[in-house]
Design a protein. Structure first.
Length: 311
């Protein structure tokens, strides 16, 4: 990350300018503290949800909790870098944490896919309902492990440039794989919605309760912003550790930080336990409608206030 003349730098000084650090700047204190605060609050909210919705949505809540906590710790690392941009431990920790945190959020989104497919009707899906979650979660795990391994190797760059180069390549492969997996999930979900719409005489979405519509829109938005972040990370890493794109703080704060803040807020405010408990309940019974009337009856019977009171 630095030249031979800066290998022993421990703080900013005339001989150790901030421009020679990994990012070339001291991270903005206000922006990074704000992100850390948001992620910290969402971590506490998800901890509450873990216990409140333990029976139906514990997996989803735990994944978002872990993702939020990792992001919070990552931004705490950037706050430490504001105080000392030459802090090697803070640099490595925040770099790795902010690289892998969104993997848990993507996995949480995949956890909802099977439930939604079973709720709306597996007959509209090109793949069995059981394949809508774990193959994607497994693929996301592969991307997560790749990014972890690459990040660890990259952190050794000062001592072994060859390892840093290999680590960067592994991270690019990991985040690219994650983006491809998300794209496949998005295409299959879009195809599912279009097939369902073509086989119904009227818009299914229009018949849904308002609360459930809000949940679906928030879920879709969270998916899109996480996907946007993955796409941003590819050219950032392709430019090399300490490359031009990586040294642009404004771009990072928008296309990484802001995107993940939006996703975590959506997954916390519009948690499926609050807005989609009925879908899980009905999916567990594997109800499979074959007529439009069956769908209408199911949507009409959904009362969000009653469902929330039950759990």
């Amino acid at each position: 990350m630095g030249s031979n003349s800066t290998e022993k730098c421990e703080a900013v000084s005339p001989s150790c300018p901030v421009e020679d650090t990994l990012y070339g700047y001291a991270p903005n204190l206000g922006g990074n503290a704000f992100y850390a605060f948001i992620f910290g609050i969402c971590t506490l909210i998800q901890l509450y949800y873990v216990f409140r919705f333990w029976r139906l949505w514990k997996g989803f809540s735990i994944l978002v909790l872990v993702g939020s906590l990792i992001e919070c710790c990552g931004y705490v690392g950037r706050i430490l870098l504001h105080k000392n941009p030459w802090d090697g431990a803070a640099t490595s920790i925040q770099f790795l944490l902010l690289m892998v945190g969104p993997s848990f959020l993507a996995a949480a989104l995949y956890m909802t896919l099977r439930t939604l497919v079973q709720y709306f009707g597996p007959e509209y899906s090109r793949i069995p309902a059981r394949l809508w979650t774990w193959p994607f979660v497994t693929a996301d795990l592969i991307g997560f492990v790749s990014q972890c391994a690459g990040g660890i190797l990259s952190s050794m760059g000062d001592k072994n440039p060859g390892l840093a180069s290999a680590g960067t390549g592994i991270m690019i492969a990991g985040v690219s794989f994650q983006a491809v997996v998300m794209a496949i999930a998005g295409i299959l979900a879009t195809d599912f919605a279009l097939r369902m719409r073509r086989r119904q005489r009227d818009s299914v979405f229009r018949k849904l309760p308002k609360d459930f519509k809000i949940f679906l829109v928030s879920l879709t938005t969270a998916f899109l912003v996480i996907f946007t972040r993955c796409i941003y990370r590819i050219p950032e890493l392709a430019g090399g550790v300490g490359g031009h794109v990586m040294r642009q703080e404004a771009e990072f704060m928008i296309f990484d930080g802001c995107m993940i803040v939006i996703s975590v807020l959506l997954l916390s405010v519009f948690h499926p336990g609050l807005y989609a408990t009925a879908t899980q309940t009905r999916a567990e019974h594997r109800y499979k409608p074959t007529e439009l009337g069956d769908l209408e009856n199911r949507y009409d019977s959904y009362n969000p206030e009653v469902e929330r009171a039950r759990y």
